[in-house]
Design a protein around this ligand. Structure first.
Ligand SMILES: [Zn+2]
Length: 318
């Protein structure tokens, strides 16, 4: 039931919860060792209030700002930066892993067992997931392969006969150096081949500059070695909507997503449609918001904590 809209939802929350590190840099540069009013700081920096609050909260969590009673802020330690970037990157990696899991062409149960580190497991296919039993799928639709997809199948077999295992990106580049078949379409062919028992796919990582870069490997099964063009093969392709093929590149720097993301008002809208919808704004809502903000500030003073720790939706700093 995964679709591109889910990706959009996670990108939206990520962009909201992990502001660009330069926003935090800007705030940190303005903080002094003696406390100053937050509102003055925000006015000075001309930042949107939600963005300012979120960035200041992150600075506080990572030790870059000291906050008193919600209203005053002073400078913390300059070591906040590394920790903030590392946390954002870890979060981004988790999202990528989840998307890869959703789009993978391996037994779902085996993938999960591997993910949770059960090395003693026999890695037997479960027999009931969408990979193991596509014919029994309710949410996923399948179609027969086109001529170009069948041709790709034989190209893959020919290319893999001479080597044990290869990364799918490299194989795609070797077979289609001019992009005659898109990477996504190629991955779908490999998925169909895996369902037909001709190849095995496995997700793994390599380390580059201290970071884990995910990639997918493919190798032929024993059955594939006896296949030639006269072999009857049922190549069953996933019938994916065009939008789901728009896989984007992995993040590179400290949260480089600059695209303005439309608000996602609730999860059901994100799942059911790809259209963007606006948050309803009216007088009653803003009055209610103002009252809640005033109450929150009172409550923060009473408890002696920064205002954003009330109803923050996140666990506090340990
Ligand atoms: Zn399975």
């Amino acid at each position: 039931m995964h679709s591109y809209a889910d990706r959009h939802t996670h990108d939206f929350f990520f962009a909201r919860d992990y502001p660009d590190v330069r926003v935090l840099d800007g705030i940190f540069a303005r903080l002094r060792s003696e406390p100053h009013e937050k509102s003055e700081l925000q006015k000075h920096l001309r930042l949107d209030s939600d963005l300012f609050e979120k960035a200041l909260e992150k600075l506080w969590i990572h030790g870059g700002a000291v906050l008193e009673f919600g209203d005053n802020a002073s400078r913390g330690q300059k070591e906040w930066r590394e920790s903030y970037i590392a946390q954002g990157e870890q979060k981004r990696t988790q999202i990528e892993q989840m998307i890869r899991y959703a789009e993978s062409n391996q037994c779902r149960m085996s993938s999960m067992v591997r993910h949770f580190g059960d090395l003693a497991d026999a890695q037997q296919a479960c027999g009931i997931c969408d990979f193991c039993a596509p014919a029994r799928c309710l949410a996923q639709r399948f179609r027969t392969a086109t001529e170009a997809e069948r041709e790709a199948l034989f190209n893959v077999i020919a290319a893999l006969r001479s080597c044990e295992v290869k990364s799918t990106g490299r194989l795609h580049h070797e077979l289609y150096p001019n992009g005659q078949m898109s990477r996504n379409a190629f991955e779908e062919v490999l998925g169909a081949m895996a369902r037909a028992g001709l190849v095995q796919l496995s997700d793994t990582n390599f380390e580059k500059d201290g970071k884990q870069i995910p990639y997918r490997r493919v190798n032929l099964t024993r059955a594939a070695h006896t296949v030639d063009k006269s072999t009857p093969i049922a190549l069953i392709m996933k019938n994916t909507a065009p939008a789901s093929a728009k896989r984007r590149a992995h993040g590179k720097a400290a949260f480089p997503r600059k695209r303005k993301l439309a608000p996602v008002p609730d999860m059901s809208a994100a799942v059911n449609s790809q259209s963007t919808s606006e948050r309803p704004e009216n007088g009653a809502n803003s009055r209610a918001e103002a009252m809640l903000r005033a109450w929150r500030l009172e409550e923060a003073r009473r408890r002696g904590v920064p205002a954003f720790r009330i109803f923050s939706g996140e666990s506090g700093r340990r």
